[in-house]
Design a protein around this ligand. Structure first.
Ligand SMILES: Nc1ncnc2c1ncn2[C@@H]1O[C@H](COP(=O)(O)OP(=O)(O)OP(=O)(O)O)[C@@H](O)[C@H]1O
Length: 238
């Protein structure tokens, strides 16, 4: 898929949060890095069609997802930073089946497809489990399965590893490695972007670097270290 961002600007509560972001993203794995408040989540939401740019335009495969919600549901899935903000149903099966019914499947078809998705991850025994009883890592995996069940061509993930212990993170990474969809991952941790094809670095809502991880990540890490060692809090993102 081609994610086309052309001069994207977003203003929230009277403040510019994204400014003149332009990029054509066709790579399979794209990372978005930046400090707290740099605009990463907002850009992820623009790409997922949840936030319409105030300036410029954002399209995926030529479709403007902010105005065509039906196309958005069929094309792109988003996994939020906190799975508790995403999960709404009492059981795992219902949670996965919901998106499928939204896409037009009958209840029985959706349930069959949801069970098949659980099977892909070796989790058929989770079907009747109460969603509130899952650990954070299990909830992240549930959100991933719920999104993948809808067969999106693009998956946007906002800090998918926050709050996960190392084994859970490794398991989730293995699952993600096998996914054919284009993945856009937001993170402030360069270590989470091994094997990625391209990295966008945001600072104060602007794109300050865009290129291969081997170029962008060392520069980003060096700048973060510099600011971390400085006592001048004027560097803090607002
Ligand atoms: N709904 C909103 N209304 C007003 N301001 C907002 C809103 N959402 C985000 N902002 C502001 O926009 C800026 C960018 O926020 P965003 O969440 O996109 O950054 P981020 O890089 O994802 O941060 P973090 O790493 O802390 O999650 C911040 O200054 C934030 O306070």
């Amino acid at each position: 898929m081609s994610i086309d961002l052309h001069d994207v600007g977003v203003t929230l509560a009277g403040r510019p949060v994204l400014r003149a972001i332009s990029a054509g993203l066709t790579e399979a794995r794209v990372g978005i890095v930046g400090r707290n408040g740099s605009g990463k989540t907002t850009l992820a939401r623009v790409i997922a069609g949840l936030v319409a740019p105030d300036l410029g335009r954002a399209r995926i495969g030529g479709i403007d997802l902010a105005t065509d919600r039906r196309a958005a549901l069929a094309t792109v899935g988003i996994i939020f930073q906190n799975p508790d903000h995403q999960i709404i149903f009492p059981t795992v099966l219902e949670e996965i089946a919901f998106g499928l019914t939204q896409q037009g499947l009958r209840a029985a078809e959706a349930e069959t497809a949801a069970r098949a998705m659980l099977g892909c991850f070796g989790k058929t025994h989770w079907a009747g489990a109460a969603t509130h009883s899952l650990s954070q890592g299990q909830k992240q995996l549930l959100c991933l399965m719920a999104v993948l069940a809808m067969r999106p061509r693009v998956v946007v993930m906002d800090e998918p590893f926050s709050g996960l212990d190392i084994p859970t993170r490794m398991q989730l990474t293995r699952h993600l490695d096998g996914i054919a969809a284009q993945i856009v991952t937001v993170t402030h941790d360069p270590d989470h972007l091994h094997g990625f094809d391209r990295v966008l670095w945001l600072e104060g809502g602007r794109l300050v670097a865009d290129g291969p991880p081997a170029t962008v990540l060392p520069a980003f890490a060096a700048q973060m270290r510099d600011w971390g060692e400085s006592d001048d809090l004027a560097h803090l993102a607002g």
